[in-house]
Write a protein that binds this ligand. Structure first.
Ligand code: HEC
Ligand code: HEC
Length: 364
C-alpha cells in the first residue's frame, strides 16, 4: 500500500519525457505577462502535469452502500444527532463541523467529558476518496470508520452497538426511516446500518472547486498567481505525495522522509497498525482540498499556520529550504483547492423527536 517517494520521482521523469513528445500540439496562447521574467516556466495548464490530478466526481458512491435519497437523508440526521453519544451532547458534527469545512479548528477535539485524544480531527469532506481512513489508515472505508467514534470511550462513549440500537429504536421516526433506507433488510434498524447511512451521507460530501474546472480545461479558472503556485508546488515535488483526485489521501508516507521530524516518539503513526518497523512515523498523506480552511495542521494539530506547514513540508519531506516567496506562491495555489460544501447537506437537519422510552443522557 505504501508508495515510495521514488515512484513520484520516476513519475516526474516519465512526465517530463511525455512532455517532449507533445511538441506537435497547437501553440498555447501567450502566458499573461509576468513581472519577473525568468527561464521560461512551463505553463501550469501543461496537460502532462495535470494528468496526475483528477477532478472530483459528483459523489463517491459505493456499489455495496448505495446513496439512495432515503439513506442519505437518514445519514444526514444521524451525523448531527447527539443522542448517538452517551452524554447526548456530542455528534459527528461536533468534531467534524460542516459549517467549518468538516472539522472543528482545534488541535485535538474535546470528546466525552471533554477528554482529548492525541490526534487532530481531519475533515470529513471528500474523506470517502481516501485510500483508507484515519491518519494511520486503520479503517478501510467510511462505512467501517463510522462505527468507531460512537463506541470510542473518548469520543461518543456509547457502551456497545446494542445501546445505540436501543436509542434509535425508541425514536419512532427513525424506525420508519431505517426501514425506508434499508428496504429488504431483515433487521433494517441496526448499528451497522446506522454506520452505513452515515457513510452514505459522507460519500456525498464532495467539494468541487475552481481547481476542478481548471483540470477540466478551463484555463481562466485559476489566477496567474495560483497557476504560478501550482508550478512551484509541482517543481518542488509536493505532487509526488499530494496528487490524485484529493490532492493527497492516496498513499502512506514517512513524516520526515528527507529530514527527521522533530517529534519522533509521541505518535508512531501506521506502525501501531502494522507493527512493521518501516511504518514508524508513517502517516496517510492528507488531502490538500480545502486546506486553507482546516487549520491547525498535521496529525497532532500542532502547527497553526499554513505557511509554516508548507515550509516544514519543504524541509522534512523534500530536504528543501523553501524561500518565503515560494511558500507564498504554493499557498496561493492551495487556496484554489477550496471548494463548495454542498449547502443542503451542511445544513443542520430537523431531528426526529425522542419518545418516553428514549434513554436519558448519562455523563458518567
Ligand atoms: C470527539 C471528536 C470526534 C467525534 C465526535 C467524531 N470524530 Fe471523526 N475523527 C476524530 C479524530 C480525532 C479523528 C482522527 C483519528 C485518527 O486518525 O486516529 C477522526 C477521523 C475521522 C475520519 C477519517 C478521516 C480521514 O481523513 O482519515 C472520518 C471519516 C470521521 N472521523 C468521521 C466521523 C463520524 C462519521 C463521526 C460520528 C459517527 C465522527 N467522526 C465523530 C474526532 C471525532
Ligand atoms: C514524501 C511525501 C510528501 C511530500 C513530498 C510532501 N508531503 Fe505534505 N504531507 C505528507 C504527509 C505524510 C503528511 C501528514 C503528516 C502528518 O501530519 O503526520 C503531509 C501533510 C501536509 C500538510 C498538512 C495537512 C493537514 O491536513 O494537516 C500540508 C499543508 C502539506 N502536507 C503540504 C505539502 C506541500 C506544500 C508540499 C511540498 C512543499 C508537501 N506537502 C510535500 C507527505 C508529503
Amino acid at each position: 500500500m505504501r508508495t515510495k517517494l521514488l515512484l513520484g520521482v520516476s513519475m516526474a521523469a516519465a512526465i517530463a519525457a511525455l512532455g517532449c513528445e507533445k511538441k506537435s500540439e497547437p501553440p498555447k496562447p501567450a502566458p499573461a505577462p509576468v513581472a519577473e521574467v525568468k527561464a521560461a516556466p512551463k505553463p501550469a495548464s501543461d496537460k502532462t502535469r495535470l494528468a496526475l490530478f483528477k477532478p472530483l466526481p459528483a459523489n463517491f458512491d459505493s456499489a455495496t452502500n448505495p446513496g439512495t435519497d432515503a439513506r442519505v437523508r437518514l445519514g444526514h440526521q444521524l451525523y448531527f444527532d447527539a443522542r448517538l453519544s452517551k452524554s447526548q451532547q456530542i455528534s459527528c458534527n461536533s468534531c467534524h463541523d460542516l459549517a467549518k469545512f468538516g472539522q472543528d479548528g482545534e488541535p485535538t477535539s474535546p470528546g466525552h467529558k471533554g477528554q482529548r485524544g492525541g490526534r487532530n480531527s481531519p475533515t470529513t469532506l471528500n474523506a470517502a476518496a481516501h485510500v483508507k481512513q484515519f491518519w494511520d489508515g486503520r479503517m478501510d472505508d467510511v462505512e467501517a470508520q463510522a462505527h468507531g467514534p460512537v463506541l470510542n470511550p473518548g469520543e461518543m462513549a456509547m457502551a456497545d452497538g446494542a445501546a445505540v440500537e436501543k436509542v434509535l429504536a425508541s425514536i419512532p421516526e427513525y424506525v420508519k426511516s431505517f426501514a425506508d433506507a434499508f428496504p429488504g433488510d431483515k433487521k433494517a434498524l441496526s448499528f451497522d446500518n446506522a454506520a452505513n447511512a452515515i457513510a452514505a451521507f459522507e460519500r456525498k460530501l464532495v467539494t468541487p472547486s475552481r481547481w476542478d474546472k481548471f483540470i477540466a480545461g478551463d484555463d481562466a479558472a485559476l489566477s496567474d498567481d495560483e497557476k504560478r503556485g501550482f508550478d512551484t508546488f509541482f517543481e518542488k515535488g509536493c505532487f509526488s505525495c499530494h496528487n490524485g483526485v484529493a490532492v493527497g489521501g492516496g498513499s502512506f508516507q514517512k513524516l520526515g522522509a528527507r529530514e527527521p521530524w522533530p517529534d519522533q516518539t509521541s505518535d508512531l503513526g501506521r506502525f501501531a497498525v502494522t507493527k512493521n518497523e518501516a511504518d514508524k512515523l508513517v502517516f496517510k498523506v492528507p488531502s490538500l482540498r480545502n486546506i486553507t480552511k482546516t487549520a491547525p495542521y498535521f496529525h497532532d494539530g500542532k502547527v497553526a499556520s499554513l505557511d509554516e506547514a508548507v515550509r516544514l513540508m519543504g524541509k522534512h519531506q523534500l530536504g528543501l529550504a523553501l524561500k518565503d516567496t515560494e511558500v507564498t506562491s504554493i499557498v496561493a495555489f492551495l487556496g484554489a483547492l477550496t471548494g463548495e460544501v454542498p449547502a443542503d447537506l451542511a445544513k443542520v437537519p430537523e431531528l426526529p423527536k425522542s419518545s418516553k422510552t428514549t434513554p436519558k443522557a448519562d455523563v458518567n
